[in-house]
Design a protein around this ligand. Structure first.
Ligand code: NAD
Length: 430
């Protein structure tokens, strides 16, 4: 009777047939494996997260009842350095999502060559339903529960969807209380007064803009006068849109959770940003025509920046996209089927794993500054960020040309080679 080689059996939640974000990540790894040469021998290590921690997070609500939330911290890979990746508070967080996001952090950190592995965390909660006190208790209990994994040289969380500088401050304080010393380097994305870095808030949008300008230069698309459409006008989309407008591009359409607006002549971006600040979204902005959420995808434009959520560009709307270039500000905004449709149409996709790596790059600067207790000027930070993003993107562009592959596959080739080379040099313990 044939026996299954037990050492190769995958736990059920790692099964390639598993749907969801982790399944998409596994397909991406399979796509890159033929390009890894002798390092392919180690590829299995990328298909299994190093550590998965599932925690119960009980808190007392303001009304005296006890609520339990499910929390996660996944360290996907630490071959190149400590785990690094954000913490997401969202009602739809799942283990599959956190695993995939942790793996994409391994790829992203290796792609920009910062000395980190990949990790991610999350709590399955809608934070809008919590009072400030409840949110603080949730954050502190979650931090304590994952305290056995995190630390300035072990695994360094950061903000992600629905988490911010205040939550990082509570995480830093909780960890510090537990170890008995102020440990600013345990999280990044902190307020500047607590060891945060100048330029961190805008870093992801600035990185999106930087790789977009580089790709435009390489493909002969003039940025001046280029028509840009942006989905999500928060931290990432708002900053990228503003920088493109300042460079002479026309932001012709914006969509967020409150509506979609269009102005073929170019929106007044500072006015839209001010309106969003006051009203919470672009819906009802007076200086533009309101369009349907569906029509947003067919707007005539040269550059499209999805900067909201996962799974936004799908087989249902990819065919309508008129842009020559898509810059993925969000994590995982394009489904694999949509990716193929865009490739067939000749649309250049700048993938999340390089396009939105500006945030973690400045997080790395923050961590370095915390260790040395010496802080850099905003100009120094922006100049170093642009240098790293341009260099990393240039190298990925070369690999894409050499192997005639998409920029996504090229980024995975560069990143997987770095991770697996580190793995090979370290060897297996014991
Ligand atoms: P944010 O909360 O500041 O902004 C999110 C934006 O998305 C808002 O404008 C919101 O209205 C919009 N949005 C939400 N639901 C929507 C919907 N159903 N349809 C259309 N728009 C919708 O968040 P952010 O920090 O800008 O992050 C955006 C994306 O970028 C996320 O995928 C995040 O993981 C990714 N990202 C962020 C960073 C960072 O440093 N902030 C770094 C890397 C990746």
């Amino acid at each position: 009777m044939p026996t299954t080689p037990l050492t190769h059996a995958l736990p059920s939640y790692l099964d390639p047939a598993h749907v969801g974000p982790w399944g998409i990540y596994l397909q991406q790894i399979d796509r890159v494996t033929p390009y890894l040469g002798p390092l392919a021998r180690w590829v299995e290590t990328l298909k299994r997260p190093k550590r998965i921690l599932v925690v119960d997070v009980p808190i007392e609500l303001d009304n005296g009842t006890i609520a339990h939330f499910e929390g996660y911290r996944v360290q996907h890979n630490t071959s190149r350095g400590p785990g690094k990746g954000g913490v997401r508070f969202h009602q739809d967080v799942t283990l599959s999502e956190v695993m995939a996001l942790s793996a994409w952090m391994s790829i992203k950190n290796a792609a920009v060559n910062v000395p980190y592995g990949g990790a991610k965390g999350g709590v399955r909660v809608d934070p809008r339903t919590l009072s400030r006190g409840e949110l603080e208790r949730l954050t502190r209990r979650y931090t304590s529960e994952i305290g056995i994994l995190i630390g300035p040289t072990k695994d360094i969380p950061a903000p992600d969807v629905n988490t911010n500088g205040q939550i990082m401050a509570w995480m830093m304080d909780t960890y510090s209380m537990n170890v008995g010393a102020t440990a600013t380097g345990v999280v990044t994305g902190k307020p500047v007064d607590l060891g945060g870095s100048l330029g961190r808030i805008e870093a992801t949008g600035r990185g999106v803009f930087t790789v977009g300008v580089e790709a435009a230069r390489l493909t002969g698309l003039p940025v001046e006068g280029a028509r840009v459409a942006v989905q999500g006008f928060g931290n990432v989309g708002g900053t990228a849109g503003r920088l493109f407008a300042e460079a002479g591009a026309k932001v012709v359409a914006v969509q967020d959770h409150t509506g979609s607006i269009h102005h073929a002549g170019g929106l007044d971006v500072p006015a839209v940003l001010a309106y969003v600040k006051e009203h919470g979204g672009v819906g009802g902005f007076p200086g533009a025509e309101a369009i349907t959420a569906d029509d947003f995808w067919g707007v005539p434009c040269d550059i499209l920046i999805p900067a909201a959520l996962e799974g936004q560009i799908t087989e249902h709307n990819a065919g309508r996209i008129q842009a020559r270039m898509v810059i993925e500000g969000a994590n995982g905004p394009t489904t694999p089927k949509a990716d193929d449709i865009l490739a067939d149409k000749g649309v250049l996709v700048l993938p999340d794993v390089i396009a939105n790596a500006g945030g973690v790059t400045v997080s790395y600067f923050e961590w370095v500054q915390d260790f040395s207790s010496f802080f850099w000027s905003e100009d120094e930070i922006n100049e170093r960020l642009v240098r790293i993003m341009k260099g990393a993107f240039g190298a990925i562009w070369q690999v894409a040309q050499e192997h005639k592959v998409s920029l996504r596959t090229a980024t995975f080739i560069v990143a997987c080679q770095r991770i697996l080379h580190a793995r090979e040099m370290r060897g297996l313990y014991p």
